[in-house]
Write a protein that binds this ligand. Structure first.
Ligand SMILES: [Zn+2]
Length: 45
């Protein structure tokens, strides 16, 4: 189940993610462009 929507501030990619995916993106950066991601870049769906 997707709980959050991530919008990359760098490349504009929008990705629907669940909790663990959100943590992985915060830790590793955007899956598309590797830009640093912050919890602010996620909105709850
Ligand atoms: Zn990106």
């Amino acid at each position: 189940m997707k709980e959050y929507e991530y919008v990359c501030q760098e490349c504009g990619q929008q990705i629907e993610v669940n909790g663990p995916m959100r943590e992985a993106i915060v830790e590793n950066g955007c899956p598309v462009c590797s830009a640093p991601a912050d919890t602010d870049h996620f909105s709850q769906t």
